[in-house]
Ligand binder design. Structure first.
Ligand code: SF4
Ligand code: SF4
Length: 110
């Protein structure tokens, strides 16, 4: 995992079940997911020999994001159910740290 992505609002990232999986039987190797996800996150790599995308650093994935899944026209990317992420979000919304961060960033009071 890349430094800086190891926690999510104080929760160990590896404890949150949110990461993409690629079905190699469906992946056409178009590369859309590789370019959709930012280089900074570096979640995907590309296996040139087999002409398939591969998940290199799954825990670098932004919690709750599914942009690569939406962009994959061949429906080769799946994610776990969003329920756990929502449950975790409710936990952190209740924390004063998250509240302070959110209000400072957005200007909204929650
Ligand atoms: S967008 Fe889908 S089909 Fe294209 S490389 Fe990624 S997983 Fe494979
Ligand atoms: S969901 Fe978002 S952050 Fe995660 S791998 Fe896909 S594009 Fe990258």
């Amino acid at each position: 995992m890349t430094a800086g992505f190891d926690t999510w609002h104080g929760i160990k990232r590896s404890d949150i079940n949110w990461r993409p999986s690629i079905d190699p039987g469906k992946c056409t190797g178009c590369g859309m997911c590789v370019v959709t996800c930012s280089e900074k996150r570096n979640v995907f790599g590309y296996d040139i020999k087999n002409r398939k995308a591969v998940v290199l650093y799954p825990d670098n994935c932004m919690v709750g994001c599914n942009n690569c899944q939406v962009g994959c026209l061949w429906e080769a990317i799946t994610f776990p159910k969003i329920d756990e992420v929502k449950r975790r979000l409710n936990e952190v919304i209740g924390s004063s740290t998250f509240r302070r961060e959110f209000e400072a960033k957005t200007g909204f009071k929650i």
